[in-house]
Design a protein around this ligand. Structure first.
Ligand code: C5P
Length: 237
């Protein structure tokens, strides 16, 4: 597969066209950003770790019947993916309260959420990704009612699969963000699933093993991602 032009450079990944109009190359860079791009650093090995981590998770989700854009790893820092028409929306599920929900609602940090919550955010850095609801999505034409229902169902199915998988590895899946798009009319999971877009705590010590280490300046960011990958059995060689 020939990697052609760079179509888009996000904060941590770049997207390239290929000689097949249905496929793209996703390149995971070492760039790490937080606070809408205000804090940016290069972290050695992060691109490779996230690419392989994401490939592992996407494969597990696909085996569980969740359609994903992931095709295969093609290099240490790149994967081949289906070209989706993305919804400009982020889907967030929380099993434990922390982060923005604590700031917004004043609830206890670390409290278990039963049932888990679901939130939509608009992907818009200039507006700081505001929280939106189903009515905004339908009124402004970002997705239909049927597409909303499917994104919610898939996001919760991901929770069932991954909560158990992380639990077996001694980790709590605190929360995560997913993005979806359409491929030939069918909704697929796109973007990535890595410790950049979820929160993972050690079950015993509640130590943070995700991007909060970077956001909060705790250090050992990539080492924590590698620890999680190691516990899950992701091949980083
Ligand atoms: O900041 P907040 O608490 O709303 O984040 C919820 C979850 O979504 C976290 O796991 C965070 O890493 C992820 N997230 C993300 N990208 C964003 C916003 C949140 O990956 N733009």
């Amino acid at each position: 597969m020939i990697r052609r032009d760079e179509l888009y450079a996000g904060k941590a990944k770049s997207v390239f066209s290929t000689d097949d109009p249905d496929l793209l190359v996703l390149h995971f860079r070492n760039d790490t950003s937080a606070f809408d791009g205000e804090k940016v650093e290069q972290l050695d090995r992060k691109g490779m770790v996230n690419n392989k981590f994401n490939g592992f998770i996407m494969q597990k989700l696909s085996e569980a019947g969740i359609p994903t854009h992931f095709e295969k790893l093609i290099a240490d820092e790149s994967a081949l993916v289906k070209k989706l028409e993305m919804f400009p929306i982020e889907c967030v599920v929380r099993n434990v309260a922390t982060g923005s929900i604590v700031r917004r609602l004043g609830v206890q940090d670390g409290m278990e959420l039963n049932p888990p919550t679901f939130e939509f955010f608009l992907k818009n850095d200039a507006l700081h990704d505001p929280m939106i609801n189903d009515y905004h999505i339908i009124t402004f034409g970002w997705a239909s009612a049927e597409e909303i229902a499917e994104m919610k169902a898939l996001t919760f199915k991901v929770n069932e699969v991954l909560k158990q998988m992380f639990d077996a590895a001694g980790l709590i899946l605190v929360d995560y963000k997913l993005e979806f798009g359409k491929f030939h009319g069918q909704i697929h999971l796109g973007d990535e699933f890595s410790p950049d877009g979820c929160r993972l705590w050690d079950k015993e010590t509640r130590q943070k093993l995700d991007k909060d280490r970077f956001r909060q300046g705790l250090g050992g960011v990539v080492e924590a991602y590698e620890e999680v990958a190691h516990r899950l059995g992701v091949d980083l060689s």
